[in-house]
Design a protein around this ligand. Structure first.
Ligand code: ZZB
Length: 259
């Protein structure tokens, strides 16, 4: 799998994370949350960043001033893709549980909102991508249902209601599902909960297919272009501006340890 790894700079840590990380990073260092996505063309619509409360993440040194926040497993993979300075090596400066980082405010490149909050998602798999997942509720059924649940029950999730944006930005139009593909499919398949794994997998497949083969951009720099073209153009632009890099998942390594 060839992912686009997005660099989302932390602006304000949650109070717990701030305390946990004290003394572990040089003054003025930048830490980036690094979600891995297969849909760079949807980055305009990022509404939150998801971390699993159960996963312990690491903060890894890239340069004297830059650090990446990902799972240990992703850091190991990155070390063999020239992402860290020394081949095969990765240096961890801190470990921190996802639950401690909820409420952190980060910068989300290309997003209409500019800044977004980290919120919890229990279904994140530790053995896939970077364990950091950016939420695009317009086009990802998993994100849409999680977004809806977080809006409905902020107390249950122990988050502030204002961390979750109320509006969903339409990005892509498709002939079968309109301008909010994820919502359409979640309603069509009567998906009620982020735990409806089987139907969510079906909705995701369908959203990928329809979006890729028939979707047209209705937002952003490439508005009017088919998704098939925009995908690569957005990815190239993000890499060129230094806001993203390529990250590949070795074959056969996708294992779920959390689900
Ligand atoms: C933004 C986005 C927008 C995504 C969209 C999808 C969609 P896949 O298809 O199973 O290979 N993801 C990444 N890492 C994880 C993880 N560790 N656990 C759970 N979900 C994860 O999964 C790749 C996609 O699943 C990634 O692309 C990411 O969400 C999420 F409009 O990034 B995506 C129809 C899907 N639409």
């Amino acid at each position: 799998q060839e992912y686009t790894a997005l660099k989302c700079k932390v602006k304000t840590w949650s109070p717990v994370a701030e305390k946990e990380l004290e003394g572990k990073l040089p003054a003025g260092a930048s830490v980036y949350m690094v979600p891995a996505t297969l849909r760079p063309e949807t980055m305009y619509g990022q509404s939150n960043m998801f971390l699993s409360p159960k996963i312990t993440y690491g903060v890894f040194k890239v340069t004297d001033t830059d650090y990446y926040f990902v799972t240990d497993r992703a850091a190991r993979n990155m070390a063999f893709q020239g992402i860290f300075p020394k081949w095969g090596e990765f240096s961890k400066v801190a470990s921190i549980k996802g639950s401690d980082v909820i409420g952190t405010l980060i910068n989300a490149p290309l997003s209409q909102l500019g800044e977004i909050y980290i919120v919890p998602m229990d279904t994140i798999k530790e053995g896939k991508g970077t364990g950091v997942v950016t939420s695009v509720p317009s086009d990802s059924p998993d994100d849409f249902i999680m977004h809806r649940d977080l809006m409905k029950k902020p107390e249950f999730y122990n988050i502030k209601a204002e961390w979750v944006p109320k509006e969903i930005l339409p990005l892509i139009e498709t002939p079968s599902y309109g301008k909010l593909t994820a919502q359409f499919l979640v309603e069509k398949l009567k998906i009620n909960s982020p735990k409806d794994a089987k139907q969510l997998a079906e909705a995701k497949d369908e959203a990928y297919k329809e979006g890729f083969y028939k979707g047209v951009m209705i937002y952003g720099e490439f508005s009017g272009k088919p998704v098939q073209e925009a995908k690569e153009l957005v990815r190239e632009a993000l890499i060129k501006s230094g806001d993203a890099f390529a990250y590949a998942e070795p074959d056969g390594q996708v294992i779920s340890r959390s689900g």
